[in-house]
Design a protein around this ligand. Structure first.
Ligand code: CAA
Length: 359
């Protein structure tokens, strides 16, 4: 059964004979502003990989199973893909960090009341996740104050923590003190190609070497439940030192709807770890990564947003050294509101790369 907190379902409980998706759309339809999901939403870039219109992030990846009070598992709620337990696993064969953070936030959110919302989280990835087994999420209710509630979640596999995540939730509060940076000026999403369309463009280059054709084809086949439109993507074959900054539009693949902010924060947690750490590698094209992993991940949620609508991810890496790199990111809504800030440090072990061209 899908998890719920104090009667409110963060995610729908699929009743007998209905898939989570249809149970989810019936819950969506009940909320006033939701239209029935009958047509593909968003730009025409929806790829055929969307088996249904609802985002697999909501119907599957973030739909945890409640085993007991404050104890959840992702075992039965993820559709069988690579190993039957996790929807998408990066080629590093470590569980995707964003998946573990997103699922940990779902577990924490199940233990707080309806009228308080996630405003920050801080995690350490302490062991690599094993893609062959499910993950247990154990929630510790640290404190419930008048305005703030704090939770600590341990993601556990083989009896050991793989992630420790502290998150804090706040009751809605107004304040006369408010400011934000100004959103960067960039091309809008409908002026840009998706990552898939860019890869198909590179693959049409007759001069591309077979090795890179194989790598790009593998990338194209991955079922990443996130849509991305890079801004000023470096020519795939150019080997030059780039500034440690990148911008791309990003959103969950599929439809989520207004839903509730807790759900969109969990989806944003998943999304925020994708293609984030590589920002620190952009200036260092002359090195090849032997091992790379996120060490920690922090997020601050500033304003309501929709994780299934395009948001601009502004990423920069101010520092790298001692086999580590720091990246910082801001997720902007298309109307210029700063919705989320993120930060993460990662570990890199590299070796000089052969100077072969991709052409
Ligand atoms: C980039 C992404 O893909 C984003 C992600 O989602 S990554 C997924 C989320 N992050 C994680 O899963 C990280 C989880 N944490 C960990 O695995 C561990 O805490 C840690 C690896 C970061 C540090 O642990 P540690 O015990 O100090 O490991 P460490 O000594 O660094 O060695 C780890 C591996 O790095 C490699 N390594 C270590 N030193 C190296 C060196 N000098 N040169 C090359 N490789 C080296 C080795 O493969 C080593 O594994 P083995 O010893 O088993 O061969």
């Amino acid at each position: 059964m899908a998890a719920s907190s104090g009667g409110k379902k963060l995610l729908p409980e699929p009743s007998k004979g209905t898939s989570a998706a249809s149970a989810h759309s019936s819950i969506l339809r009940k909320s006033s502003s939701e239209k029935p999901v009958t047509e593909a939403t968003g730009s025409g870039s929806k790829s055929s990989r969307n088996e249904d219109l609802h985002s697999v992030l909501v119907t599957s990846v973030l739909n945890l199973e409640r085993l007991d009070l404050d104890l959840y598992s992702n075992e039965h709620s993820n559709r069988c893909t690579f190993t039957g337990t996790h929807h998408w696993v990066p080629r590093s064969r470590m569980l995707f960090g964003g998946q573990i953070v997103g699922q940990a936030l779902v577990a924490a959110a199940m233990s707080v009341s309806e009228n308080i919302y996630a405003h920050s989280l801080h995690c350490y990835f302490v062991r690599a996740g094993d893609p062959k087994v499910p993950v247990l999420y154990q929630v510790d209710r640290i404190r419930d104050g008048k305005s703030f509630s704090v939770r600590s979640v341990k993601a556990i596999q083989h009896g050991n923590p793989i992630l420790i995540c502290q998150s804090s939730f706040q009751r809605k509060m107004e304040s006369p003190i408010h400011h934000q940076f100004t959103m960067p000026v960039v091309p809008s999403p409908n002026e840009l190609l998706t990552q898939e369309e860019l890869i198909q463009k590179y693959l049409r280059d007759p001069a591309l070497t077979e090795k890179y054709k194989v790598g790009l084809t593998k990338l194209l086949a991955e079922e990443v439940p996130i849509e991305i439109k890079p801004i000023n993507p470096p020519e795939y074959y150019r080997r030059v030192a780039l500034e440690s900054k990148q911008h791309f539009w990003v959103r969950a693949r599929g439809y989520i709807g207004e839903g509730n902010m807790k759900l969109h924060c969990c989806v944003a947690a998943y999304i925020s770890d994708y293609s984030f750490l590589r920002t620190a590698l952009l200036p260092h094209f002359q090195y090849k990564v032997k091992f790379m992993a996120s060490l920690d991940h922090s997020m601050w949620f500033h304003a309501p947003f929709r994780s299934d609508e395009w948001m601009l991810y502004e990423c920069e890496s101010p520092w790298a050294g001692s086999c580590r790199g720091l990246v910082q990111g801001r997720l902007w809504k298309q109307d210029g509101v700063l919705a989320v800030s993120c930060a993460q440090e990662g570990v890199f072990y590299v070796k000089p790369s052969a100077a072969e061209s991709k052409l």
